[in-house]
Design a protein around this ligand. Structure first.
Ligand SMILES: [Zn+2]
Length: 225
């Protein structure tokens, strides 16, 4: 038994944490008292630790690097893994909340990264599409079928099989609108809008070709004198 001066109780030795720097190899105060103290002074302790780290950064990091080897390293890795396993749901919820809160920021960062690493991103995306070809096609089909089913709810039956009017094509040609949005707007089905858009694209390409015939990609031969 050992006496804790804090709570004034006698407790078995196991109720005191090990601490080599004390004569009996145990902390003077019992675990409950230490825990209560830490909880009551949490912010102050965290601030102190942060300050101590800032002041002795180099030394602390060097020490940690030195100690982080062999069995100790394995033990720490195993502990971290077990902790992540134990708090799996909590961590997932935290990550979801963080992602929702920083959506814009993350999107901006992604754009910036892709801009700065265009080659790498193009290659990575090509490899990804190649490796997941089947799944991506299936997902796209599922998505389109869902959009089509949704558009059937808002489609105007009188429009079925009707020619597209100029104003309708104008709305369909607006690249700022998604296909589903155009469908709702016009009372057409998703598939009808999709093919109207593709017809419109082909028409634009055809006109562009006619207006400016492609220049030959070889120098024109100068007639022999
Ligand atoms: Zn105590």
């Amino acid at each position: 038994m050992k006496h804790c001066p804090r709570c004034g109780t006698d407790k078995p030795l196991a109720a005191f944490s090990k601490a080599a720097r004390y004569k009996d190899g145990r902390q003077p105060r019992c675990k409950d008292c230490v825990r209560a103290y830490r909880e009551a002074n949490r912010e102050r302790i965290v601030a102190q630790q942060r300050q101590r780290y800032q002041d002795n950064r180099e030394q602390i990091n060097a020490q940690r690097r030195e100690q982080y080897t062999g069995e100790r390293r394995d033990r720490i890795l195993a502990q971290n893994l077990a902790s992540r396993e134990r708090h799996r749901e909590q961590i997932a919820a935290h990550q979801r909340a963080y992602a929702a809160e920083h959506r814009e920021e993350r999107a901006a960062y992604g754009r910036q990264y892709r801009e700065a690493n265009q080659e790498h991103c193009r290659e990575a995306s090509r490899r990804y599409r190649q490796a997941n070809r089947e799944a991506l096609i299936a997902r796209s089909r599922r998505y389109q079928a869902e959009r089509q089913a949704a558009s059937l709810q808002t489609a105007d039956p009188d429009r079925q099989g009707q020619e597209w009017t100029g104003p309708e094509v104008g709305i369909a040609a607006d690249t700022g609108l998604q296909t589903g949005e155009v469908a709702t707007e016009l009372g057409r089905t998703y598939y009808a809008v999709r093919s109207a858009r593709s017809r419109y694209q082909l028409e634009v390409q055809r006109r562009r070709r006619e207006a400016a015939p492609a220049a030959p990609d070889y120098p024109e031969r100068t007639p022999a004198p």
